[in-house]
Ligand binder design. Sequence first.
Ligand code: ASP
Length: 280
Amino acid sequence: MKIIIHGGFFSESDQSHEVKVAKQNSLKEIAQKAYHYLESHSAFETVAYAVSLLEDDELYNAGIGSQIQSDGVIRMSAAIMDGETQKMSGVINIQNVKNPILVAKDLMKEDDRVLGGSGAKNYASEHGFEDFSTEIPQRRKEYEAKLNNGGKGTVGCVALDKDGKLAVATSTGGKGFEIPGRISDSATVAGNYANEFCAVSCTGVGEDIVSNATSTKIVTRVTDGMDLKQAFDKTFAELKVIDGFAGAIAIDKNGNIFHQDSYPTMVFASFDGNQFEVFN
Ligand code: ASP
């Protein structure tokens, strides 16, 4: 069993040392909780659980604490992919739900598995997800001061369970100040992708991640025989050509864990039952 989670990018210039330490502590606690959960649940159930815990922590730009868009409204996106079935489900630009990732997970049973905007919200309401405002005063203050921290704080989780199955989940409040209707990478196969060989979650500038098809490329390269490092190196070299800003976390079917970012640094934690790593 293996687990790796990320909490988006961290920049010393626009976030304080206290925030950095708080994020590291939070990631450590959530990685540990999620690992224990993985002992009795599948990778698919665990990535949703881990991402819901990250969404509940207002330190991150996902669920509670999401960034506000240019028109003053929060719209969130999240997706989950089961490596075994190779099915993805997601919500794009959903409003007023506490845990977009749990709505995304619920959609896995439907024929129509990716819903956007009011359709996503209507589905959530009809399936028992209560109305919930994810706005926190800090984000409103930032919005009013026209401060944009560039969406730093998107969250993701990749897990490998005891049956050797992989899954991935990613959730975001977006870039901040975006034009209403903008589509984040997080609920696309560029930002969140898995099959039986590898699973990858990204964070960074969604437009760069979509242009580079980052998660899909890494997973495809591992499927075709590259190891994780080779797959990341090649994909990040291609990202560099477009001066792309992105980071990714991954696990392969053999339990190898990997992460890389194009600009330092992504905050993440991994746990394999023995060894704990918390980085940024
Ligand atoms: N990838 C997210 C987006 O562009 C933002 C982030 O990861 O920080 O919507």
